[in-house]
Design a protein around this ligand. Structure first.
Ligand code: ATP
Length: 421
């Protein structure tokens, strides 16, 4: 793909066929973007950048992903900080990436965040990456093109630090929808933010705002805020570039502890609400549009052969049907691992399911789903496609009867609360 832009044009639109190099020629601006893997769909790509290293960019990338994932969006992290990959460890991921002839599978965190990092490809995590710029940039491009990301609402890219050749190539290779600049409260901040702003502007990428990390230290006894790195200049800097401040993160042991314990998904801090709102608004309109267009997601526990599996909480897979205005627009398999109804309900919430059509289901699971706003239609059996079609035709109703054939009172259906006949 290529885009044209004009420099002092005076000869109309005839440059595409003309070979002359006159000064009024419309120039071809090269597009260096890599194609996304054909089996992937990524809606928004958010770059987390810093004018210099050591400001907690990787932490911000990880934690923002956790917060957006908690909002129910499909979230992924592309760790483009190839020489300092610290994202997998914060999530407790130590496995090696696997793949097939279609591409490489990302690792999946406990809460469902998809992650690709060079650490998943190295023989050991302490192997140093001593590659030159072009190899590093090539690796990032492969993370975009060769990884089977599947369906992602927000992909966060932990950009290489600084404003040199490597971050520049990464910017050129990926369709970045917006960047968040992370900084710390030193005197230098204005100059460092200026570099990041200039780079984003040169790349024509919108800047969503600035987050200040290591903003202050809060005294555990009296609550006083101590400015460890001197007075913050973030407000003035933000004002200068007409950017919003999207959060100020204190120095707190809770962060270091969560990262060291490889449990960033367990961290709870109130520091980034503005950043989350700014990110949500990027997809807000699209999501609203979908709801207005009668978008509906139906999940059915299946047995691997497209038949309804009899026990909701024990199903190893669910078939997800996506409808728009009663038209089937997608059918995929969700891996639920049969880990019990608690984990399955969490998955249904994460996948934003509107209706569950199933065979047998316990009362507790039924209540859990209904309390999450998910309609439950038990009593289905046989071919899943037929059950879904019957439901849409009004032939399968919300019912208290189910036909899983179990006798009730087993471990899945607590104390006889089972709805099964
Ligand atoms: N606000 C904070 N309070 C306490 N610890 C923090 C804070 N921010 C980051 N840390 C910790 O500092 C360490 C380094 O953070 P991180 O890996 O994000 O940044 P970095 O490698 O120094 O910088 P960059 O990613 O910009 O190169 C991590 O262990 C992280 O948990």
């Amino acid at each position: 793909m290529s885009e044209t832009y004009e420099t002092q044009s005076s000869c109309g639109d005839s440059c595409s066929s003309c070979q002359a190099t006159c000064s009024s020629r419309k120039q071809e601006k090269e597009d260096f973007r890599e194609p996304l893997n054909p089996y992937s769909k990524v809606k928004k790509v958010i770059g987390i950048v810093s004018g210099k290293g050591g400001v907690g960019k990787s932490f911000l990338t990880s934690y923002l992903s956790v917060l957006i994932n908690r909002e129910g969006y499909h979230t992924a992290i592309l760790d483009a900080d190839i020489t300092g990959p610290s994202i997998p460890k914060a999530f407790g991921i130590h496995e090696k990436a696997k793949g097939n002839e279609l591409g490489i599978f990302p690792a999946v965190s406990k809460s469902g965040i998809k992650i690709m990092s060079v650490n998943l490809l190295l023989e050991t995590e302490d192997t140093p990456v001593i590659w030159r710029g072009p190899v590093i940039a090539g690796t990032v491009k492969q993370f975009w093109s060769d990884v089977l990301w599947d369906d992602v609402d927000y992909m966060f890219v932990d950009m290489p630090p600084g404003t040199g050749d490597v971050p520049l190539t990464v910017f050129q290779s990926l369709p970045v929808d917006g960047v968040i600049i992370v900084t710390s409260p030193q005197e230098l901040v204005s100059m460092i933010v200026a570099k990041a702003v200039n780079m984003a502007e040169a790349m024509n990428v919108p800047i969503l705002g600035i987050v200040e990390n290591y903003s202050y230290l809060e005294c555990g006894n009296c609550g006083e805020k101590i400015s460890v790195f001197g007075t913050s200049h973030v407000e003035e800097t933000a004002e200068k570039y007409k950017l919003p401040v999207l959060g100020r993160i204190p120095i707190t042991p809770a962060i270091a502890e969560a990262v060291d314990a490889e449990n960033i998904e367990g961290l709870n801090g109130p520091w980034l609400t503005e950043a989350v709102d700014a990110l949500k608004s990027l997809l807000g309109e699209e999501r609203q549009e979908k709801e207005d267009n009668g978008f509906c997601r139906i999940a059915v526990p299946t047995d691997g052969n497209n038949n309804v599996f009899a026990h909701f909480g024990k199903a190893a897979e669910f078939t997800l049907y996506e409808f728009q205005e009663n038209e089937l627009v997608g059918k995929t398999i969700l891996d639920s691992k049969g880990e019990g109804h608690g984990a399955t309900i969490e998955m249904m919430k994460r996948e934003k399911i509107n209706v569950v059509i199933c065979g047998g289901i316990g009362m507790e699971a039924m209540e859990g789903l209904m309390n999450s706003g998910i309609l439950v239609v038990p009593g289905a059996a046989g071919d899943a496609d037929v059950s879904v079609a019957a439901y849409l035709d009004g032939g399968l109703n919300e019912s208290s009867k189910a036909t899983c054939g179990c006798q009730g009172g087993n471990s899945e259906h607590n104390e006889g609360a089972c709805n099964c006949k």
